[in-house]
Ligand binder design. Sequence first.
Ligand code: NAD
Ligand code: UGA
Length: 434
Amino acid sequence: MRKIAVIGTGYVGLVSGTCFADIGNRVICCDVDEQKIAKLLRGEIPIYEPGLSELVARNTEQGRLFFTTEIGEAIEASDIIYIAVGTPMSETGEADMRYVMSAAKKIGEHLNNYKIIVNKSTVPVGTGELVREVIQANKKTPWIQFDVVSNPEFLREGSAIADCMSMDRAVIGSDNPKAAEVIADLHAPFNTRIFTTDLESAEMIKYAANTFLATKISFINAIANICERVGANVGDVAEGMGLDSRIGSKFLQAGIGYGGSCFPKDTYALAHISDKAGYDFELLKSVIRTNTRQRLVIMDKLRDAVGGLAGKHVAVLGLSFKPETDDMRYAPSLTIIPELIKQHASVYAYDPIAEESAKRELPEGIHYCSNIEQAVTNADVCIILTEWKDVLTMDLARIGQLMKNPILIDGRNCFDLTTMASSSFEYHSIGRPP
Ligand code: NAD
Ligand code: UGA
């Protein structure tokens, strides 16, 4: 049993802190956000993540998981301190490091015995060293020692618990093998492979992994755009490519581009890091441009299918950046819906989970609907932005009857072409023949 403090109780801090508790450690999750901690203390979960509520309840009831805004006390009471605060995109596109630095300062001020400081936030190479310097500069007792380890997080929202409990690998970077061994031991109950390296390489692995996955997505989206022009089917192309084990079938789903709290910010951040290091990462910049353009592919398809949008009833199915999350950060809907409104369309939007978070991000004037049928009734056209389960399983015949014009523009390739050919729909998808 280890005594762990997790600074930052967001998606990553809350999920990984809860998983560490579930394998038998005593974990204090802390945050500067008083409302978030108050909710957690009442037993409410501030984010939508399948299975998290039950896991938090079990571990708080069994006295292994605690929540507090008293960050200093949590640090003093723990031997391993995880930093899991946000590193959002700043105006320049670089990672905004102010939260990490403020957490490091706090750790320094409350360093009352030897501790291992583990960075889980996604950070530029060199941050581990900076964290070490900030702690060193702020510690009150000169002789107390500490080590800094990098242990980046690879979970996906929507499947975060399964990812955490059974990760492909745990990357552990440190220049002190003993500290690395403690963090490796901490991961032993998880079904995972441990990969140890130096601090800088661990930090780089996280950016390289995310930008590589983003590259796969932009690559298949570019192939999809060519498929449309030459009459090929990107679904079959991706399947045929993916059968080669050197390529792999994952992350080859064409659509309206990647969104979420990480790929957009991490691609920009690595482009900045490489510029600063004197290397022009043209490939990555092109991945970003391809993704930005891909979001608007749906607008081209709308224009081709229905002409002008002024006064048209557009049903929008799905708002979050992917299914099984209420996270709206960099969701394609944040680009597409304002464009629809700009073109004077009447937007009727449905999302099973993300409506509340969407309302905080999207402009006024959207009709939010409590189910799919409400959104599509009398619609001139329907667009799919997120492949939620109830969208994948919707009764197409019924939806077609309810719409004024059964035109479906599917940004996520939810339906097979044979089914759609025998339906009443005019169906347009991404990278597949109409
Ligand atoms: P988040 O915005 O959901 O949560 C961050 C939390 O940190 C917030 O609750 C905020 O109030 C808190 N915080 C900020 N400054 C603080 C401080 N000084 N002391 C205590 N708490 C503080 O962010 P997230 O999505 O959990 O991401 C955290 C990090 O993990 C980022 O670097 C991100 O890139 C990385 N990451 C995220 C995911 C994901 O799926 N969301 C996956 C892997 C890695
Ligand atoms: C992603 C990574 O998959 C995680 O490993 C990583 O830890 C995390 O970022 C992070 O660093 O935050 P996440 O953003 O939760 O996880 O979601 P993904 O499932 O990777 O999807 C990201 C975006 O890519 C979504 O908008 C999704 O719709 C899109 N996508 C994904 C595609 O368009 N095609 C695909 O084939 C796969």
